[in-house]
Design a protein around this ligand. Structure first.
Ligand SMILES: Cc1cc2nc3c(=O)[nH]c(=O)nc-3n(C[C@H](O)[C@H](O)[C@H](O)COP(=O)(O)OP(=O)(O)OC[C@H]3O[C@@H](n4cnc5c(N)ncnc54)[C@H](O)[C@@H]3O)c2cc1C
Length: 482
């Protein structure tokens, strides 16, 4: 590429939240940083666009941002000074069941427990100690594996978190609403709910609902990227768009390379600079199911049967624990469930700026087998219609992307996998390869900073932050030698 002859301390390839977090951590350490992005817009999974009709601003990927506001790194950045406003819906999450009822995950543990009736006390016992220690717990969970600062707290969380979500739901709760609620939050793991550790994702997301809420960004998630880029610029960091890197040989002169990429792209770009054994390990990295994504422009709010759903930023559509578990298991068998588990967000209930007056948008996806090209529009809309009769008549326009189109939009979503690789017990802490420092590669100049490193998917920037720390250690060693 023609990027000047100047020398950068570090070049970051990819401008997702992890790439930008890495660049910021490096720039704060007074390093000269350049971020190169293949797309024409910075932000990776944070991009927003008018996908349906003029005036309707949709989030192309991430929408709901509990991990952003809870992130031990991103939460320390002055992003509000760069235009970011996070908006909290009245209720973080509702999970409707047939018959017009819904389980509600409220900001308050007490109100959530109260709404769960006979399971309320059990919910309180499960969540109260986790929420009380949320900050140190999140600090331990959102990073590479290391000896925990508070082993007892982690052990107490771990006893519940290691369980399959189906087991935790059935031993803790007796009634359908609480069981379904736990199933829905756990299904964000994109694991079969019968698998160990699937409960961990549900517990962390429920904990965050109580601790920090499940906000959306005013104006769309692109505003998070814009604020990160603005702050990076104020630190002297540089960015370029529409630069697709095919090989590290194309990069301008620099010290460290940080790749906001998953193993599938790291191999062609940097493979020749990595030893055989490491290349083989990257090649055996496992990707999980993909997603089918849909965005709607709507004439009115969604006519939910259950009142609580109207005030919820996120709504989980899939019915009971057994139904959600069966839909997720089907995806892992390579099938497209007729009644998929759908994660739906309705940001315009708190952010009218994202649609013309009185009109609305909604965002949803369901899991599908990796590499799927099947159109799930009908199945997803039937799930919405099941809990919001008349929904179909409110649709002004829709935009859809199947799993392969998700990958075409962003090559990090291999086969539509939005977590940058399977997040099961075997690959959660060992991503992309089991190493003491998973961000470093055997080449002392090359680092991986994407969600294919711990702690995995989500807009928390912690993969980037830890990769930058690793690169800074190496840069200071090189400076010492130089
Ligand atoms: C449909 C969907 C819904 C989601 N919902 C949420 C949510 O609600 N909340 C949440 O926290 N997370 C959500 N996520 C997950 C979140 O978006 C990702 O985990 C996160 O964006 C990963 O960040 P990253 O920096 O690792 O990579 P990415 O955000 O994927 O960024 C990688 C960047 O690298 C660029 N790139 C790739 N190859 C090259 C190349 N060769 N040269 C130059 N640039 C390149 C890409 O264009 C991209 O911009 C969702 C994701 C999707 C797809």
């Amino acid at each position: 590429m023609s990027n000047e002859n100047r020398q950068f301390d570090a070049v970051v390839v990819g401008s997702g939240p992890n790439g930008l977090a890495a660049a910021i951590a490096l720039a704060r350490a007074k390093k000269q940083v350049l971020v190169l992005e293949a797309g024409d817009q910075l932000g990776g999974g944070l991009r927003s666009a008018e996908l349906t009709l003029p005036g309707f601003v949709h989030d192309m990927c991430a929408e709901v941002l509990p991990l952003t506001v809870g992130s031990p790194f991103l939460s320390t950045l002055p992003l509000s000074e760069f235009g970011l406003r996070l908006l909290q819906p009245p209720i973080p999450l509702a999970h409707p069941l047939d018959g017009g009822r819904a389980a509600v995950l409220d900001r308050s543990i007490d109100r959530t427990a109260h709404g769960l009736g006979a399971d309320g006390a059990a919910y309180h016992r499960l969540m109260e100690p986790i929420v009380a220690g949320w900050r140190p717990l999140l600090g331990m969970l959102l990073g590479p594996f290391r000896w925990p600062a508070q082993p007892l707290m982690l052990a107490r969380f771990g006893l519940a978190a290691i369980l399959p979500a189906t087991v935790l739901a059935r031993v803790t709760f007796r009634q359908a609403p609480a069981q379904a609620l736990l199933a829905g939050v756990s299904a964000h793991s994109i694991l079969p709910l019968e698998r160990p550790v699937s409960a961990a994702f549900g517990l962390v997301l429920a904990m965050l609902a109580h601790a920090v809420g499940w906000p959306v960004a005013r104006g769309g998630s692109q505003r998070v990227a814009d604020a990160l880029v603005g702050y990076l610029g104020s630190l002297g960091g540089q960015t370029r768009t529409s630069v697709h890197i095919n090989s590290t040989a194309e990069l301008p002169r620099h010290g460290a390379t940080l790749l906001d990429l998953t193993p599938r792209q790291v191999l062609p770009i940097a493979g020749t600079e990595l030893p055989n054994r490491y290349r083989q390990q990257l090649a055996s990295y496992r990707y999980g199911p993909g997603v089918f994504k849909i965005d709607w422009a709507l004439e009115t709010p969604i006519p939910w049967q259950a009142e609580a759903c109207r005030a919820a930023g996120t709504v989980h559509l899939g019915g009971t624990l057994a139904e959600v578990a069966s839909a997720e298991a089907a995806v892992w068998r390579g099938e497209h469930p007729a009644r998929p588990f759908v994660i739906l967000a309705q940001p315009t209930i708190v952010d009218p700026s994202r649609a013309p007056a009185e009109q609305h948008i909604a965002w949803a996806y369901c899991h599908v087998p990796n590499g799927s090209t099947v159109d799930m529009t009908g199945a997803i809309e039937a799930q919405v219609e099941r809990f919001a009769p008349g929904f179909g008549r409110r649709i002004l326009a829709r935009s859809t992307r199947h799993a392969c189109q998700m990958e075409a939009h962003n090559s990090n979503y291999v086969g539509g996998d939005i977590n940058g690789g399977v997040q099961d017990l075997l690959q959660l802490w060992t991503r992309p390869v089991a190493r003491r420092d998973p961000y470093a590669t055997p080449n002392p100049r090359i680092f991986i900073c994407s969600s294919a490193t711990p702690p995995g998917g989500g807009v928390h920037g912690m993969c980037g932050y830890y990769a930058a720390r690793s690169a800074l250690r190496q840069l200071s060693i090189s400076a010492g030698r130089g």
